[in-house]
Design a protein around this ligand. Sequence first.
Ligand code: NA7
Length: 560
Amino acid sequence: MSSVVSRQSPQPAAGQAQQFDAVIVGAGFAGMYMLHRLQQRGLAVRLFEAGSGVGGTWYWNRYPGARVDVESMEYSYSFDEDLQQEWSWSERYAAQPELLEYMNHCADRFKLRPNMQFDTRVTAAVYDEDTRGWRISTDRGDEVSAKYCILATGFLSAGDVPAFEGLDDYQGNTYLTSRWPHEEVDFSGQRVAVIGTGSSAIQAITIIAKQVEHLYVFQRTPSYSLPLRNGPLDRDFERRVKAMYPEWRRRQREESRAGFIAVNNQPMAPNDKSALEVSEQERRADYEMRWESGGLCYYSSFADLLTNQEANETLAEFVREKIRERVDDPEVAELLTPRDYPIMAKRLCADTNYYETYNRDNVTLVSIKDAPIERLTEKGVVVRGQEYAVDSIVFATGFDAVTGAISRIDVRGRNGANLNDHWEGAPRAYLGLMSVGFPNLFFLDGPCANGALVSPMLLSEYQVEWVDRCIAHIGTGEAASVEPTQAAEDAWMQHMHDVSEGSLLYLANSWYMGANIPGKPRALLSYLGGLEAYRQQCEAGEADGYGKLVVTRSREAAEA
Ligand code: NA7
């Protein structure tokens, strides 16, 4: 496993003017793999990371109960067979500390640290027409130049605390799930408020409730949550997967909708029937089987669950029934039951005893659906004129997702054009990888790709390899330049629109739609075509010799 000593290996000093072939922003899964690939090519690369270590999401989200809600065996790098054979997860769904350990292990194993600079936030990236490269500035005074700039900033990294009135008046402790302190937080004996009931809150609430004197949960929209059924990793399952890992990964990529195939410890193809073409008995059997399996495997259930409201309602009602079974007080159960939007139109949640937590005497659910939080006071939270005095408030209020981290960097392309202006209304990016007017700039797990809706691991591996090949094709010499044609960007946006037609995702106010952030334009931020369709589209874009890109190859690349 990873060694603490190597985590302290020397890093580049801040504040030096330098020239690189590529700058990568972000040391999450995508940024780390990108660095590995470009290092292997012998390129001069600098990776900037705002945190003090690698991990991205898993560096920042240290709240109690934080863990991945897809199977550990599928939530790991697939690009290196030795790595996937040697690593052994302890739990079916890895917790944050173990995920961070894995990422540190990878950073050491692939010798990434010498080219990483931590505690450094990139503030601006400006395209220079003369050099056909980028000038990148950081909050530590770095001014570096690079032929390529790769934003691996993550789609759930820009944490958001809503502008509650009186936020600064509150005198107790405040915590944001996505910026949790490194030292353990002890809530024992405290009255605590959790604001939000999405995935992060659902994980945190079940743990915090056991520590506190009293927990108040402020819920605006109830989530659909499914039992995770976590536990120690089944060693027989691990052996079976490892014995066929390359084939398992192939099936994840090519024979799934979202990149996950494990159901009941078996690889399982998506159910291609309509939920309405089968008998009620058959439908229920599928739902019960997945309920027992645990986790998010409903994404591979009936084919029309996200396109047909009647089909969707069959699953929604199944889960509502389960909520009623899990909560003792029928009134509380009703408040916890989502009724206003289709199941899966917001990201599904998965839990360990979440609903049962409301059966505890020290937990109170405060619905703020019809009466929002009025304000915070010195002592607590006010709803409907009632003040809930608390010692601590935990904001589990989500993210400015998909575009937030990119928009917080001042990105200027050709003619000084600002990326936020280019994306005003909705982000636009050919294959989710590049935008017109921003040559030599790549996005990983960014908007207009499907990172939010498929395995982010497999998608980012795929995108990294695409970018790596593209850079190799174009080269790093003076002349090298690449950007999509306007026609290619327009065609991709049209395709994105076409494949999302009829989707029930439009019917919920979710981060998928940018609808969780006041003032953010409501637009579908991700591609709904599925992982395999995305791969085929990207491959088509390469097979025609990058015909949809405006390419100027550097001399050495053209001669190679
Ligand atoms: P989410 O899923 O966006 O959840 C945020 C929660 O915070 C959600 O319940 C929101 O209610 C609530 N919220 C946001 N703003 C407010 C205000 N102003 N007042 C009250 N409540 C508010 O973020 P998570 O961190 O839980 O999960 C993000 C992803 O991480 C998740 O989807 C997985 O992919 C992993 P709302 O639903 O908007 O009414």
